[in-house]
Design a protein around this ligand. Structure first.
Ligand SMILES: [Zn+2]
Length: 264
């Protein structure tokens, strides 16, 4: 049952989620940029990359600062990349979608942490072809720590853990076989660990869908020509992350339909 008994509460919750999402989108984008450029993500204040001015409160309000300053630095007038405002708006939408799907529950918080990690690792992977272990560890720890509060049955918990281990292990074996056939590295170690995380969160059936969807999105990504610049290296993390987020937020209908086909 939804907590949103009146339109006013619903609008208020959406507004808070959107603002929180935009603020975290901004933070994750900044953290991802620092990790991709081998800088510690927690250190120092944000600066204008051109004039070096430390950004202050009027520069840092998500989305609104960018709009009011017309996409320019307040001090030197240099154009600010739309990447900032786009990541803020995108993650605001993701956060609202997560709240609408799971309501104000621990499950919502758990899945939102996963979405934060997926978003951050995608940005890092796009830029530097690396999936940072920190994001995977944070999401995995969150999953285990929240077990007592999400009302999962023991059999369900075991099924999710087995799926995580099985999917990670299965993809590892597949990638080792592919490496031998193709005589080059096929999947990165980060991708394999990410698949283990996907299994842990989604469980057996939804994970299967996520793998297929990730492969399909990966092919679209290749077709769009991304990664050609770097000796045929293609970051697979964003495709896996997008497939996982889609299954997490909207996968129930697909799974029900599929099980219906099998008569389960
Ligand atoms: Zn500036």
């Amino acid at each position: 049952m939804s907590i949103y008994t009146s339109g006013g509460i619903l609008a208020y919750c959406i507004a808070v989620a959107a603002f929180l999402g935009a603020a975290f989108g901004s933070f994750l984008n900044c953290a991802a940029w620092r990790v991709a450029h081998k800088e510690p993500w927690w250190k120092g204040r944000s600066r204008c990359p051109v004039c070096g001015h430390t950004l202050e409160v009027p520069d840092l309000v998500p989305v609104f600062s960018w709009l009011f300053l017309r996409g320019k630095c307040r001090h030197c007038g240099t154009k600010i990349s739309p990447r900032y405002v786009l990541t803020e708006v995108f993650f605001a939408l993701v956060t609202v979608a997560c709240l609408m799907r799971f309501d104000l529950t621990v499950v919502c918080l758990r899945n939102w942490v996963l979405l934060c990690c997926l978003f951050c690792l995608s940005l890092v992977d796009l830029e530097s072809y690396i999936i940072p272990d920190e994001t995977l560890i944070l999401a995995a720890v969150t999953w285990f720590v929240t077990i007592p509060f999400v009302g999962m049955e023991v059999s369900e918990i075991i099924a999710h853990i087995i799926t995580g281990v099985g999917l990670g292990g299965g993809i590892l074996l597949l990638s080792l076989a592919m490496d031998r056939i193709l005589k080059r590295d096929s999947l990165g170690g980060g991708d394999i660990k990410l698949f283990a995380l996907v299994g842990l969160y989604l469980g057996p059936v939804a994970s299967l869908f996520a793998v297929l969807l990730a492969a399909a999105l990966g092919l679209v990504f290749v077709a769009l020509g991304k990664g050609k610049a770097n000796q045929g290296m293609i970051p697979f993390g964003p495709s896996i992350a997008a497939a996982t987020a889609i299954m997490l937020l909207w996968g129930d209908g697909m799974v029900t339909w599929y099980l219906g086909l099998l008569g389960i």
